[in-house]
Design a protein around this ligand. Structure first.
Ligand code: OSB
Ligand code: MG
Length: 368
């Protein structure tokens, strides 16, 4: 495979509801849609960087810079046998996993289309369906949160995650537990706490949460070791895991018991699979995170999750939870049993609606 053309579009879609986390509020999903072409076939993926560096350091504009100046020139001049070859090719560029992932994931989708098979086949997955969970943002008050959680439980989702931050944590969890004693429930702090909050996390133990996700520093492993030592609830790392080596370090040091894999955060499908394989060998449960992706990135996540090893429901939910009109047709939907059907058509397996992409495009860049 040798790419002949790479396109990056900055796309902006309104979210149906503002999504609030401990690090901020989003009202729009703005991302780079990356398309790569070879031999008359084109593959697509989205970059999970955001407008701001509040989740992780990369932004849409840093990703565009790294693609334009470093990754795209390398990709355009190098013939590869398989998209996994982009990992060593891009290794000289430190970090910038989201920019690398976008190009590598688009190449995987291109490969699937070239071979006329669904993406899961080139990722070594299986047909069928995947279990679906939801991430519920911070709400106006406890009642609004209870309403939202009840709605998602009624929709059939297999597990509910709520966002927490200091001052909006224990009471919310207690309220949800009061109404749903057996609900598979977890919390995500997005790095809003420090070791001073160990007593609070000890108090959360009584609520039998599945896990607490990334409570401490965004790139920390060491302090999480101290926290995990002192609490019964499993710690799950999100932000701090940038590839298989971080997973190894975190599990060796016992900083966490569960790992959240986001393809974009670990540098692409190849690194996601390597991280998954490492965790599987260690017996550490893994699930697939989300970044409010449009249908294109959402479907990449669906296909990836067909690999054995994703033993817990992830954050991949229905398109309609976020978008009035997704960029794909049909949108991603969830069954009353809380599952998402794995597409069987080539590539991501749902049509991209280019008229909608066109309408949402702010800016386009093409390299040959
Ligand atoms: O921490 O998992 C996170 C969204 C944006 C940035 C970080 C996170 C999230 C989510 C949403 O929790 C998951 C989703 O529904 O895509
Ligand atoms: Mg998270």
């Amino acid at each position: 495979m040798k790419l002949e053309r790479v396109e990056a579009r900055l796309v902006r879609l309104p979210l149906r509801f503002p999504f609030e986390t401990s690090f901020g509020v989003s009202t729009h999903k703005e991302f780079l849609l990356v398309s790569v072409s070879a031999g008359g076939v084109t593959g697509h993926a989205e970059c999970v960087a955001d407008v701001d560096p509040y989740y992780l350091p990369e932004t849409n504009l840093t990703a565009l810079h790294i693609l334009q100046e470093f990754l795209v020139p390398l990709a355009l001049k190098t013939e590869i046998a398989h998209p996994r070859d982009y990992v060593p090719l891009f290794a000289r560029v430190r970090g910038h996993e989201m920019a690398k992932a976008a190009l590598e994931m688009a190449a995987y989708e291109l490969l699937a289309r070239q071979e006329g098979v669904p993406l899961y086949r080139v990722l070594g997955g299986r047909p069928g369906e995947i279990a679906s969970g939801v991430s519920v943002g911070l709400q106006k008050d406890k009642e609004a949160l209870l309403d939202k959680v009840s709605e998602e439980v009624a929709a059939g989702y297999r597990r509910i995650k709520i966002k927490i931050k200091p001052g909006k944590d224990k009471d919310l969890v207690a309220a949800i537990r009061g109404r749903f004693p057996d609900l598979p429930l977890m919390v995500d702090a997005n790095s809003a706490y420090t070791l001073e909050h160990v007593p609070l996390f000890k108090e959360l133990d009584v609520f039998k949460l599945m896990m607490v996700e990334q409570p401490l520093g965004w790139n920390d492993i060491v302090d999480h070791v101290e926290l995990q030592k002192q609490i019964g609830t499993p710690v799950c790392l999100d932000e701090a895991i940038h590839g298989p080596e971080d997973a190894r370090h975190a599990l060796d040091l016992r900083a966490c018991r569960i790992i959240n894999i986001k393809v974009g955060r670990v540098g692409g499908h190849t690194q996601a699979l390597a991280t998954l394989e490492h965790c599987r060998q260690r017996g550490a449960p893994v699930w697939c995170g989300g970044m409010l992706e449009s249908g294109i990135g959402r479907l990449h996540n669906v296909h990836l999750q067909t690999r054995p090893g994703f033993v817990l429901p992830g954050d991949t939910s229905a398109s309609a939870r976020y978008f009035e009109e997704d960029l794909i047709d049909p949108p991603v939907t969830v069954s009353p049993r809380g599952t998402i059907a794995v597409p069987e058509k080539p590539g991501i397996g749902h049509e991209i609606v280019w008229s909608r992409v066109e309408k949402a495009t702010q800016h386009t860049q093409v390299w040959r």
